[in-house]
Design a protein around this ligand. Structure first.
Ligand code: NAP
Length: 269
C-alpha cells in the first residue's frame, strides 16, 4: 500500500482509508458482516477509519470491532465534533472516546465547520493534553470552500477533509493547492460521489489505457485518479462489502496516473 506523509509530523498514512457513513450504522449487538471488512482492511495495509457522532451507531461499531478484533493499535481513528457550544462539544468528544473505546483519538475534526472557532480552541487544548494527536476540519460541499480557504490561511490545522472526485472537481481549483502550500494533510470524502459515480459508468467497459496505471476496475480508476493528486494524503471510500473493500484497497497498490493520464481519465467521466 502506498503511503503519504502527514505534513505536520512526517508520520506516514496509507493512501486508502475507510469511511463509515451509513455503512457502519448497524446494530452493534448483531452478528456483524463488518468484522471481516475491518480485519481485511488492516490485513491489506489500511489504517485510517473515519467516523462521526452524526453517523448513528458507526462510532460504537468501530469501537466494538476494533476491541473484539484487537485492531486498535493498527488503526488511525478519525472522528468529529458536530454540535454547538464549548461544553456540548466537550461532552460529544467524551462520548466519542467511550464509543470508540480508546484513550487517544488520532484525529478529531470539526464536522461541517459547525461552531468551528469554539471547537478548534477545545481541540487545541485536548491535543496539548495528548488525548488527540491531530486536529482538523471537514466539509462535503463546495459552498464551504470560501470559509475553508479562510481557515486554512488563519488557523494551524493538521488535516482538512473535503469532497473530491471525478464527479466533484472544484477542490482542485484553490482548496487543494492551498492545503498543500499550508502543509495540511488532506482526507478525501465522497470519492465515489456517495456511490453516484457508479451509476454513470454502469454498462461501460473500463478503458484499455487504465491498465497503464494498474487499474482493473472502475473503483480503482476513480480512487487512483484522486490519490495521484499531490495534495491528497488519503481517500476514505465507505463500504460494507468485503469484495468492494478488496477492490478499493487495490487502488493503493502499483502505478498511479501521471498528470497527462489524469486528464485522460477525467475526460472519460
Ligand atoms: N462532512 C463530512 O465530514 C463528510 C461528508 C461525507 C462523507 N464523509 C466521510 O467520507 C466517507 C466516504 O464518503 P461517502 O460514504 O459519502 O461516499 P463514497 O465513499 O463516495 O461512496 C460510498 C458508496 O459507494 C459504494 N461502494 C464502495 N466501494 C465500492 C466498489 N468498489 N464498487 C461499487 N460500489 C462501491 C458503497 O456501497 P457498498 O457498501 O455496497 O460498497 C457506498 O454506497 C464517509 O463514509 C464518511 O466517513 C464525511
Amino acid at each position: 500500500m502506498l503511503s503519504r506523509a502527514i505534513p505536520s509530523s512526517g508520520e506516514k498514512l496509507p493512501v486508502i482509508g475507510l469511511g463509515t457513513y451509513a455503512v457502519f450504522d448497524v446494530d452493534p449487538a448483531g452478528e456483524s458482516p463488518l468484522a471481516p471488512v475491518l480485519s481485511e482492511f488492516v490485513k491489506l495495509g489500511g489504517r485510517a477509519v473515519d467516523s462521526s457522532p452524526m453517523y448513528g451507531r458507526a462510532e460504537q461499531v468501530v469501537g466494538d470491532l476494533s476491541s473484539t478484533l484487537k485492531l486498535r493499535d493498527s488503526l488511525f481513528l478519525a472522528t468529529k465534533v458536530w454540535t454547538r457550544g464549548k461544553e456540548a462539544g466537550v461532552q460529544s468528544m467524551e462520548r466519542s472516546f467511550a464509543r470508540m473505546q480508546t484513550k487517544r483519538i488520532d484525529l478529531m475534526q470539526v464536522h461541517n465547520l459547525v461552531d468551528v472557532q469554539t471547537h478548534l480552541a477545545s481541540l487545541r487544548e485536548w491535543k496539548e493534553q495528548g488525548r488527540i494527536r491531530y486536529i482538523g476540519i471537514t466539509h462535503y460541499n463546495s459552498s464551504s470552500y470560501p470559509e475553508i480557504e479562510r481557515l486554512l490561511r488563519s488557523e494551524r490545522l493538521d488535516f482538512l477533509q473535503i469532497n473530491y472526485s471525478l464527479g466533484e472537481r472544484e477542490a482542485e481549483q484553490r482548496v487543494l493547492p492551498l492545503a498543500q502550500e499550508r502543509g495540511v494533510a488532506v482526507l478525501i470524502n465522497r470519492p465515489f460521489g456517495a456511490g453516484d459515480l457508479f451509476a454513470q459508468i454502469r454498462g461501460k467497459p473500463l478503458p484499455d489505457f487504465a491498465r497503464e496505471c494498474d487499474c482493473t476496475s472502475w473503483a480503482q480508476f476513480m480512487l487512483k485518479w484522486i490519490v495521484a493528486h499531490p495534495a491528497v494524503t488519503c481517500a476514505i471510500p465507505a463500504t460494507s462489502k468485503l469484495h468492494h473493500l478488496r477492490d478499493n484497497m487495490r487502488a493503493g497498490v502499483g502505478r498511479l496516473p501521471d498528470p497527462a493520464m489524469r486528464r485522460r481519465m477525467a475526460e472519460v467521466i
